[in-house]
Design a protein around this ligand. Sequence first.
Ligand code: PMP
Ligand code: GLU
Length: 396
Amino acid sequence: MLADRLKTLAPSSTLAVQAKAKELRAKGIDVISFGAGEPDFDTPARIKDAALRAMQKGYTKYTEVGGIPELKQAVCAKFKRDNGLDYEPADVVVSVGAKHTLYNLAVALLNPGDEVLVPSPYWVSYPEQVRLVGGVPVAVTTQESTGFDLDPAELRAAVTPRTKLVVVNSPGNPTGAVFSAEALREVASLAVERNLFVVSDECYEALTFEGRHVSIASFGPEIKARTLVVNTCSKAYAMTGWRIGYAAGPRALIKAMTDVQSQVTSNPASIAQWAAVEALSGPQDEVAKMAGEFDRRRRLIIDGLNALPGVSCVMPKGAFYAFANVSGLFGKSVPGSGQALKGSLDVAAFLLEHAKVAVVPGLDFGSDAHMRLSYATSAELIQEGLERMGAAIRML
Ligand code: PMP
Ligand code: GLU
């Protein structure tokens, strides 16, 4: 009955883990979730107030498909302020979250059989979106020993005549890597030389704890002309539920993405757009405050993970994820069942059952040796989660 493309589609495992934890909690089971990456902070009051004002003013109708002019203007000012990038409103499209932005891009850019280089470990949705439109995701390994920095030589070796697009995601999900400026520069040269397009997913820009966030598009006009810069209000402003993502890039592509959106969702919610104007243009101090808190939690969780027997974790430089190596647990048998842990799915299932802790298996991000923990949760819960995992692992 269903379309062939559904034969390979895996539903989002990050959202699935979050849903599972919620379901168990509703049943009265006290699960600590390190599942989906979602800030636990509330959306700042100034942003909610802007939404209330928008409703009161009657901004409750369809808007321009790609976003209201005020928001496009605010996006341009943000790119100038934070990234030194010059765009005009016609170079911008606003969508229903950055996930939607990325899907618009896949539909607008990729032909069946086009190859997309995806540095691995990768966020679950990149390969799935590429496959949905008949493209071919090509995972390109990065190394734990370099903090999962982008590997230009590996990327170069993976280019074929069918390669059309390179995905760059820094700070990265799931590893928390912040790519070095040198590696980014080499990838920019590669893209120009081999006529590739780049999508730079900068959703975690505000959560850069070490080093400085650099947009690959800022290296010069040649690379800017072939890069779509993607960002979101979800993470920086704790606005995951509002669903506002945005992008800037070459005008013809922006127009194509907007045309796709006009036939699929129309505009993002009018009220959320007015909230986003305030988010991007108002005082930015709460962004730094939230980032400071995430940074404290980062140290807490990484130190705690490294103290667990059989687990090791490199210090991520950004985002709010710990990507811990759990291969030291493989082969150990689970008490009661006698079964040995064979991979990240087993480890995640074991921790859920015996520690009541939810994590996302690394396999879904392209590495079966790891598990991902989102530390966008309180320090108390992180501490308690670490203790529970420690107690469970010591039973193995
Ligand atoms: N890119 C990355 C790397 C992500 O982790 C996420 C998930 N939050 C998104 C894009 C999409 O975010 P949203 O759709 O909430 O804007
Ligand atoms: N991006 C977040 C994550 O990876 C939220 C869920 C999702 O959109 O995948 O957990």
